[in-house]
Design a protein around this ligand. Structure first.
Ligand SMILES: CC(C)(COP(=O)(O)OP(=O)(O)OC[C@H]1O[C@@H](n2cnc3c(N)ncnc32)[C@H](O)[C@@H]1OP(=O)(O)O)[C@@H](O)C(=O)NCCC(=O)NCCS
Length: 147
C-alpha cells in the first residue's frame, strides 16, 4: 500500500480530487471547486496509489489554529473497506509528527459513523460536539494528540 505526498499537484490530480469529492460528499460538505483547488495547492496532498497505477483515494491537509488540519479525505467507492483510508491517515499523521507537530485536527459529520470509527482507530478522539455545524447535522471536532 503506497501513499505519496504530491509536491507539485498536476491539473490531473486536481481533477481526480474534485471528481472523487463530488462522488463522496453531498450538500454543504462539497466545497466549491475553487476552494478545493486552493486547498490542494496551498496544503499537502496525499494520494494512495497501489502498485504505481491510478490513485484510489486522497487526503488534503491544510493549517488551522496553527496545526495540521485534515481538510478532506475520501477513498473511491469501489476501493473502500480495504485499508486505504487507514493508510492515508497514517501517512497524514506521520507527516505531521515528522514536521514537529503534536496535534492533527478534523471535523466529521455526527452521522458519518464509518469515518468516525476509522479516526478513532487511528488515535483521534472527539473533543467537541458542534451543534448545527452542518446545515443538516451536528459536527464532531476530533483531534489526535501526541504527548
Ligand atoms: C471514510 C472513508 C475515507 C474510509 O475509507 P476506507 O478505505 O474504506 O477505510 P479503511 O478500509 O481504511 O477502514 C479503516 C477502518 O475504519 C472503519 N470503517 C471504515 N468504513 C466503515 C464503514 N462504512 N462502516 C463501519 N466502519 C468503517 C473500519 O473499522 C475499518 O477498519 P477494519 O477494516 O479493520 O474493520 C471512505 O468510506 C470514504 O471515502 N467515505 C466518503 C467520504 C468521507 O466520509 N470522508 C471522511 C469525511 S470526514
Amino acid at each position: 500500500m503506497s501513499v505519496k505526498l504530491i509536491e507539485n499537484p498536476t491539473e490531473g490530480d486536481i481533477l481526480y480530487v474534485n471528481s472523487l469529492t463530488r462522488d463522496s460528499f453531498t450538500g454543504v460538505e462539497v466545497p466549491p471547486e475553487s476552494h478545493l483547488r486552493n486547498a490542494v495547492k496551498s496544503g499537502r496532498l496525499f494520494l494512495s496509489i497501489p502498485q504505481d497505477s491510478q490513485p484510489v483515494g486522497y487526503a488534503i491537509v491544510t493549517e488551522r489554529y496553527d496545526a495540521p488540519w485534515l481538510f478532506s479525505m475520501a477513498v473511491d467507492p469501489y476501493a473502500r473497506k480495504c485499508g486505504y483510508g487507514q493508510g492515508l491517515l497514517k501517512a497524514v499523521t506521520n507527516d505531521a509528527y515528522d514536521r514537529g507537530h503534536r496535534m492533527v485536527g478534523l471535523t466529521v459529520k455526527q452521522d458519518n459513523i464509518g469515518a468516525q470509527i476509522m479516526y478513532l482507530k487511528a488515535g483521534f478522539i472527539v473533543e467537541l460536539v458542534m451543534y448545527n455545524y452542518y446545515i443538516d447535522a451536528d459536527g464532531l471536532l476530533m483531534r489526535k494528540r501526541w504527548k
